[in-house]
Design a protein around this ligand. Structure first.
Ligand SMILES: [Zn+2]
Length: 115
């Protein structure tokens, strides 16, 4: 499960931010996750619990914001929202997508508490 290493790096970013700001506790971390980023939400949440134990992250909520997959057909330039990355273009039937969004995996907000 690669979610564990992803969550580790999210946790490190959050902990470093909290330390640099002298925060006593992290209350939530918001992460944008593309529909095609290849992570499983449940696995992320499970890993999050494990990663936070005994740190400033303990009890912090992980807020996952899903970013829909949007691609542009390289053949006819139509932009659309496929369910799967390699769904054919609805306009010309070609399968030649360029990803516009949906691969994101980034921390967008960290909420901390001061003691
Ligand atoms: Zn097309």
């Amino acid at each position: 499960m690669h979610e564990f290493s992803i969550v580790q790096s999210i946790a490190e970013i959050a902990l470093e931010t909290a330390r640099n700001n002298g925060a006593g506790q992290i209350s939530s971390v918001e992460v944008e996750v593309g529909q095609s980023a290849g992570v499983v939400r449940d696995a992320m949440e499970f890993a999050w619990e494990a990663a936070g134990r005994g740190t400033l992250l303990e009890g912090a909520s992980l807020v996952l914001k899903e970013i829909p997959l949007v691609v542009r057909c390289r053949n006819c330039q139509k932009t659309f929202h496929p369910d799967e990355l390699f769904d054919p273009c609805p306009a010309c039937g070609d399968i030649n997508p360029e990803i516009i969004s949906g691969k994101e995996l980034r921390v967008v907000a960290i909420e901390v508490k001061y003691k």
